[in-house]
Design a protein around this ligand. Structure first.
Ligand SMILES: Cc1cc2nc3c(=O)[nH]c(=O)nc-3n(C[C@H](O)[C@H](O)[C@H](O)COP(=O)(O)OP(=O)(O)OC[C@H]3O[C@@H](n4cnc5c(N)ncnc54)[C@H](O)[C@@H]3O)c2cc1C
Length: 386
């Protein structure tokens, strides 16, 4: 049974204030439809909100335009962040792309935290509740959904949108399928204030991204807006490798020594990404939903972003798809009085474009951690430019 309230009076609950949830709430707000976002983090935990993300012209940027923030975005975006260099372990270079001065490329960079702040700057603060971690959700007989939060509060909503990332607590309402390990484990490192403290590495890294790939391993580095170079030392290993390897991130110095041993025959310049990193090491396993994942349709619950189709970061699509989903769903809600029709329109469209990107992302992951990965990736990327 679904509620007969008009959409302006329906209680719309969005779980998660990442780029997806915020974009959705903001576009709805611009059309006079209010919603409430429930976010697990505290409001003030804004300093560690992720690295640099490239925002694509045909998806993320369209959503930003729909949210009315494109000019403000252009002022913050780092167009020069599209610089890209590709090496093998010896330091042999396969690609060296430099964005021309003042050029406005298609995929400028912005830090995840800055992007969230931009979206928050226009969102009515009454529409977001912090420190609300969804524990579980229950569909009631009257068609409403009951939301149980870890802080003890219970709320009900006519429409629930899971924008709560890879480990979504809304997804179990729709499917038994869970994320699976994508075969890749990373150590996240940060070289802080790189230009001032380590000009040699800063000159090598330039203004954007560096990939060094070889022997089923990788060093992936990217300059962020706050001057740090974020580095991911990436290994194709079994899921339990972190435990069995004996490497503990609680002892960052020892962990960094172990990384250097694992990459002992890699070039001196590449080692600097580890030598110069500060003493915080974060382990990250990469998870994905099956390519082409779909769920059983529910007239009052749906998913957007990583909750709907988390994939490895090797197509650079995570944030772009999340924002595109948000735009498509918001506009479908605006167009239709019946939210179940809006959900159907959105899901039918989203399944098509997201499964294509999930396939590319998975294929890129396999390629980047195969033998001779650097020349293979260079060949693939040059085919895009032909
Ligand atoms: C802290 C963080 C850092 C990241 N850093 C990078 C990066 O450097 N590079 C990159 O490519 N991608 C990064 N990502 C992933 C990237 O942001 C996503 O792929 C993309 O933005 C998809 O957006 P989303 O809104 O669907 O999900 P997310 O960005 O994952 O946002 C989900 C939101 O939901 C909240 N949430 C989760 N569970 C619950 C719950 N149970 N109850 C309430 N709220 C909940 C989270 O706190 C978060 O705010 C990061 C994600 C996070 C959460």
């Amino acid at each position: 049974m679904t509620s007969t309230k008009t959409k302006q009076h329906k209680r719309i609950a969005i779980i998660g204030a990442g780029p997806g949830g915020l974009t959705l709430a903001l576009i709805l707000q611009r059309h006079g439809i209010s919603s409430v976002i429930y976010e697990r983090e505290q409001h003030d935990k804004s300093h560690e909100r992720g690295g640099s993300l490239d925002i694509h012209e045909d998806s993320g940027q369209l959503a930003i335009k729909e949210a009315g923030l494109f000019e403000a975005f252009q002022r913050l975006a780092r167009y020069e962040g599209e610089d890209f260099r590709l090496f093998d372990k010896t330091g042999k270079i396969y690609m060296d792309e430099i964005v021309e001065q003042d050029s406005m490329g298609e995929r400028p960079e912005i830090d995840r935290g800055e992007l969230c702040d931009l979206l928050l700057s226009k969102l009515d603060p009454a529409q977001i509740k912090y420190d609300y971690t969804l524990d579980h959700a229950v569909t009631l007989e009257n068609g409403l959904t009951e939301l149980h939060f870890k802080n003890g509060f219970v709320e009900t909503a006519d429409l629930v949108i899971g924008a709560d990332g890879a480990f979504s607590r809304v997804r179990p309402l729709l499917s038994d399928v869970d994320v699976e390990y994508a075969g890749l484990t990373m150590f996240e490192l940060n070289v802080l204030d790189a230009a001032r403290r380590y000009p040699d590495l800063s000159a090598f890294n330039r203004r954007g991204k560096v990939f060094a790939l070889d022997d089923h391993k990788g060093i992936l580095a990217q300059l962020n807006g706050d001057g740090r170079i974020k580095v991911y030392v990436s290994l194709k290993v079994d899921r339990d490798w972190l435990e069995t390897s004996g490497i503990s991130c609680d002892d960052p110095k020892a962990a960094k020594s172990s990384m250097l041993e694992l990459l002992t025959d890699w070039g001196e310049q590449l080692h600097k990404y580890i030598h110069y990193a500060d003493d915080t090491v974060l382990p990250r396993r990469i998870y994905m939903l099956p390519v082409g994942f779909r769920w059983k349709r529910n007239p009052s619950v749906t998913l957007i972003g990583d909750a709907a189709h988390v994939m490895s970061p090797f197509a650079g699509e995570g944030v772009n798809l999340a924002m595109q989903d948000a735009m498509e769903l918001a506009l479908a809600i605006v167009r239709n009085d019946d939210v179940s029709v809006a959900i159907q329109e959105y899901e039918d469209k989203m399944y098509v474009y997201s499964s294509e990107k999930a396939r590319v992302s998975y294929d890129n992951l396999v390629l980047c951690f195969s033998q001779e990965a650097a020349p293979k990736l260079a060949e693939l990327m040059s085919s895009y430019h032909e």
